[in-house]
Design a protein around this ligand. Structure first.
Ligand SMILES: Nc1ncnc2c1ncn2[C@@H]1O[C@H](COP(=O)(O)OP(=O)(O)OP(=O)(O)O)[C@@H](O)[C@H]1O
Ligand SMILES: [Mg+2]
Length: 1031
């Protein structure tokens, strides 16, 4: 009977980072319902989802002395035991009844998938408890006519390759996934299935698998959260009836810990020339498609094709999803506001999954029949292999294609034969023997467990807590070596590491008594202790964090000599060690208290990306790609994004700068694009390790290659408040790079102008008496307004930018950048660029823009695919990077401080500066205005008798004072202006005197014009008295 997939969601506690950040919990649970609130729209109703189980594991628990988390009485906390009781017990019962069972955990990285599936320490997850109870129940059920056979396998799918985790060595490209032609089901060829006789044996195998996973992930530089881990337990119950014939009830239990469900857009392939990243987890996206298709199907949609074949994972989970299996999905949720998008998408995913219907049947068959069928099938397979002949659909194929197809088919058949033989074989009397053999096998686990408390050793740290504290390297007395096992297998160091930046002879360790000294074997051997590069011999201290190469991170433990610093945490974590490395590189990583949310996110992203950048640098060195990479924090201002209203977000962005070491060309990559490229670089490195010739990679497919593009030298921001008055502004604007370093100057001139671009005469500009730009801006509202931008010239400090320079900017409402011409061959280019911005009507948007916005002028340098420096090309990437490093450290001015998160600093400087210049200009204007008025008064005064014609004087004064002045705000008059007024009044007095001798009509008109009631009546008297005291 069709039965829906059971879906449970589970919300974990805050992690330390979230606590530090005062994260808000956006998840709520009530009975079966889970709600999620959007932190950006607090007024909106939270979205509600209903599931079979909603597990609240966020709070309401205490930790006992053993480290087990237990619910506080009365709280709704769901412990591991409750989750097992609800879900695990059902799995177990179904297994005993002979159903296939599948359990898989879905959720974003760090959301708690592994915690629920496997668990940590004493907080065992569902898988170990199921296994434990399986054996307990088997032992209780011990009946004479019944025997049990349990086999265990563990595999990992990474990058569409299957790796057997119970074997140290895996073939290149991983194990093959094949389809059983009869049953249609997929299986992994040559996967190791080991017989297990007790729970302890399963525990040991899980440990073995985890250790192999850790080693592989470190050596291959693979990010474990991108891997899917599948544990398969085959549970057979064989019963004998009175006649002696045996029946087998078989249950296949697939326990799947899926890769982190990072969304495609956060992986950044979207905007990249190389799109591979879209495939970063082909299996995971295929799983999503399969679930959607199955959900559609169960909703009655016809003709739905379920794309199982699209990925390795969906092939292997075919039965679990829509097939012969009882299936449970646990969706792990992060409670933090910052993860809203991811968590909502997990909830939607889970919501879709619950619509899937499966048809589980009891797998029970007489063994004789099973064996007979398999044997018959094998006969048939053998025949078809020897038969050869023309295959269907082969017409029109080339001989080569036919040959290949034939070969593939033969392989397919051979694999099937093998698989069948394995089943037939396991049913012969050798089960006990096979079990014994497996039990005696050296799994590499547990051998030295007692040494942990006695001998000095290294224990590994991994970004996945599941893979931390898994690998132990013990240090023997005397001298031991650390290094890479050479490919020819000749040299074998005592501590064998492999992977990026590990040399054949990397370091030596000298252990005498309880003291261990570490010495790099040669100058280029990369080792860091507690974040600091090691150059000479150093005595190791208990809990020292030691990094070999670019990603072998260990904690040194000296059980008999605990001389570690008191302020170190009890357990050193991967995050702790990474923070320390970031700090040593000059990045602020301290307490997040006092940082804005954006800054905290930036800090987290820096911590995440730094190890990736080191890794990519190491790949570049190994493949000799002549590229170096560096993390760059680009403030909104430095990117030209802040307040311009047209360039997207205002946040500081974490970006990566790639530099061509042979011609100094540089590129700036968005974080997502970098991550995408890194993924392709990892693949490239892997293929190189597998012996592929990488020199044949075409430029277009090379993740290290990028067509040249103009490089952003730096930016400057021009604030436009002066335009409100309206005034002009000329400014040698300082250009700063992303680190806040001066790179040069752009000479800018911005002035109000007529519609055809004619500068409005200087004095005519003095239209407004408003003091505050807000008031002045009001005067512009609703009127047409034009201004002109002149990019006159520039000056850069670095000669290498003389190839060509240009300036780009974007005005409010502009869709495209405006660019000056590219001026080549000079560091002092004359752009002579001029553009009139015509505003038909000044709207609120423009007023806001004048008051708070700015224009960012970006200075770009031309980069050409110039010939590589021959001298440099003689050196290796590694040598060039070392040289670069040396040059950096020898610079007296350490730039590191600018890496602090306060990247807004740059911009607030230029804002203040422009405000200051504006005030200066306003003051200057008033002085000028006053001077001119005084001059006019003096000129007039100096005239005698009839020459003292008032009309020209009045016109001049009137032009100065009242043209365009509509402000009624009398308070805006400066004291100095009042002086001018006094003079005007004096002029009026003189006028009265003159009136007696001349033509009255004309003077009266003039008088009418001059009067500005506000100035004259309200202010006049008062200012006059003040002005008098002043004079
Ligand atoms: N229910 C829980 N109670 C307490 N701690 C939890 C719970 N769920 C998760 N955690 C903690 O959160 C951290 C991340 O969990 P976990 O390793 O299970 O994440 P994940 O989803 O497997 O991540 P990845 O995709 O990277 O493998 C771990 O330190 C784990 O101990
Ligand atoms: Mg995990």
């Amino acid at each position: 009977m069709a039965e829906a997939v059971k879906v449970a969601v589970r919300c974990r506690p805050f992690n330390q980072r979230e606590k530090d950040r005062n994260a808000k919990c956006i998840i709520n649970m009530n009975g079966q319902n889970t709600t999620i609130a959007n932190p950006d729209t607090p007024k909106e109703e939270p979205k509600t989802f209903a599931f079979d189980y909603s597990y609240w594991s966020h709070d309401g628990f205490t930790e006992d002395s053993e480290g087990v988390l237990n619910p506080i009485p009365g709280s709704k906390y769901a412990s591991q035991q409750i989750v097992f009781d609800n879900l695990g017990k059902g799995v177990l019962n179904n297994a005993f009844e002979g159903y296939n069972c599948s359990l898989f955990a879905y959720g974003q990285t760090g959301s708690g998938k592994s915690y629920s599936m496997v668990g940590y320490g004493k907080n065992r997850g569902i898988v170990p408890i199921i296994c434990d109870d399986l054996f307990k129940t088997m032992n209780q059920n011990n009946a004479a006519n019944m025997r049990y056979e349990v086999t265990f396998s563990m595999l990992e799918i990474y990058n569409e390759q299957v790796r057997d985790l119970l074997q140290k060595e895996n073939p290149k490209g991983g194990l093959q996934v094949r389809q059983n032609p009869k049953l249609g089901l997929f299986y992994v060829q040559s996967l190791k299935y080991v017989p297990v006789g007790s729970y302890a044996e399963i525990e040991k195998r899980i440990e073995q698998g985890t250790a192999n996973r850790t080693v592989a992930s470190t050596n291959m530089n693979a990010t474990s959260s991108r891997a899917h881990t599948v544990v398969t337990i085959i549970f057979d119950q064989i019963s004998k009836d009175d006649s002696g014939s045996e029946t087998k009830k078989s249950s296949v239990m697939n326990l799947v810990d899926l890769a982190g469900s990072e969304r495609a857009d956060s992986t950044g392939a979207t905007g990249d020339r190389l799109k591979e990243g879209a495939n970063i987890n082909k299996s995971l996206s295929a799983l999503g498609n399969v679930i959607s298709a199955l959900a559609d199907q169960s909703m009655g949609k016809k003709k739905v094709l379920v794309p199982y074949r699209d990925s390795v994972l969906t092939k292997l989970l075919q039965n679990a999803l829509g097939g012969n299996s009882k299936t449970i999905m646990i969706a792990a949720l992060s409670p933090a506001d910052i993860n809203y998008d991811e968590t909502l998408s997990t909830l939607r995913y889970a919501d879709r999954a619950k619509k899937i219907k499966n048809n589980a049947v009891v797998n029970e068959n007489p063994i004789d029949k099973l064996i007979r069928e398999l044997k018959e099938e094998n006969e048939r397979l053998k025949k078809s292999m020897s038969g050869g002949g023309v295959m269907p659909g082969s017409t029109g194929m080339s001989a080569e294609d036919i040959e290949k197809m034939k070969k593939d088919m033969e392989e397919e058949i051979r694999a099937q034969l093998e698989a069948n033989m394995a089943v037939i074989g396991s049913n012969s009397a050798t089960w006990e023997e096979r079990l014994k053999q497996a039990q005696n096998e050296d799994t590499g686990v547990d051998q030295y467990a007692d040494r942990k408390t006695k001998d000095p050793h290294f224990v590994n740290l991994n970004e996945d807590p599941m893979l931390s504290n898994v690998i132990f390297h013990y240090i023997n007395p005397g001298v031991s070596t650390v290094g890479r096992q050479d490919r020819d297998g000749k040299s074998k160091p005592d501590i064998c590491l492999s992977g990026l930046s590990i040399l054949s002879e990397h370091a030596t360790l000298t252990c005498s008594g309880v003291t261990v000294e570490l010495k790099p074997a040669e100058q280029g051997a990369k080792i860091k202790i507690n974040g600091q590069p090691v150059t000479g011999t150093q005595t190791l201290v208990n809990k020292d964090r030691v990094m070999f190469g670019s990603n072998h991170l260990y904690v040194f433990i000296n059980p008999k000599n605990d001389d570690s610093a008191d302020d170190l945490p009890k357990n050193i974590t991967y995050e702790f060690a990474q923070k320390e490395i970031a700090q040593a590189k000059g990045f602020a990583t301290g307490s997040t208290a006092g940082l804005t949310k954006e800054q905290q996110i930036v800090q987290e992203q820096v911590l995440e990306i730094l190890p990736m950048v080191s890794e990519v640098n190491a790949i570049s060195e190994e493949l000799n790609k002549y590229r170096s990479f560096e993390v760059v924090l680009l403030s909104a201002a430095a990117r030209g994004a802040a307040n311009s209203g047209s360039r997207g977000d205002d946040n500081t962005r974490v970006m990566v700068k790639m530099k061509n070491l042979l011609n100094s060309n540089t590129w700036l990559w968005e974080r997502g694009k970098f991550m995408n490229r890194r993924y392709i670089m990892q693949e490239m490195y892997q293929s190189w390790l597998d012996g592929e010739d990488m020199s044949k990679t075409k430029e277009n497919d090379d993740p290290f290659w990028e067509p040249t593009e103009d490089v952003l030298i730096g930016t400057t921001n021009m604030y436009l408040r002066f335009l409100c008055f309206p005034m002009d502004f000329d400014y040698p604007a300082p250009v700063k790079d992303y680190k806040g370093q001066d790179e040069g100057v752009i000479d800018l001139y911005i002035t109000p102008c007529t519609a055809n671009g004619k500068n409005i005469q200087d004095l005519d500009l003095i239209a407004s008496e408003a003091v505050e730009p807000e008031e002045a801006a009001e005067e512009l509202r609703g009127k047409p307004f034009n201004f002109k931008i002149d990019v006159i010239s520039a000056r850069v400090d670095k000669a290498r930018f003389s190839k060509g320079l240009k300036v780009k900017y974007k005005m409010l409402k502009d869709k495209e950048d405006t660019e000056t011409k590219m001026v080549k061959g000079t560091v002092n280019p004359e752009f002579k660029h001029s553009k009139v911005v015509k505003i038909p009507t000044v709207t609120q948007e423009w007023i806001d823009f004048f008051l708070t916005g700015h224009v960012t002028f970006e200075l770009y340098g031309l980069q050409q695919e110039s010939a590589n420096d021959v001298k440099l090309a003689k050196m290796s990437t590694k040598e060039l990077r070392q040289l670069e490093q040396l040059q950096k450290t020898s610079q007296i001015t350490r730039r590191d401080t600018s890496f602090s998160l306060n990247t807004a600093g740059n911009d607030s400087d230029s804002r203040l500066k422009s405000e200051f210049v504006l005030l200066e200009r306003k003051y200057e204007r008033l002085l000028q205005k006053e001077k001119r008025l005084q001059q006019l008064c003096e000129e007039w005064n100096s005239k005698s008798g009839i020459e003292k014609q008032f009309k020209p004087f009045h016109t001049a004064v009137n032009n100065l004072v009242s043209a365009g002045a509509t402000s009624n705000n009398t308070a805006s008059l400066s004291r100095r202006t009042s002086v001018v007024l006094t003079q005007i009044l004096a002029g009026q007095k003189a006028l009265k005197e003159q009136r007696q001798n001349s033509d009255g009509t004309e003077v009266l008109q003039a008088n009418k014009q001059i009067q500005n009631p506000t100035i004259e009546d309200k202010q006049g008297n008062e200012t006059q008295s003040k002005a008098c005291t002043l004079m």
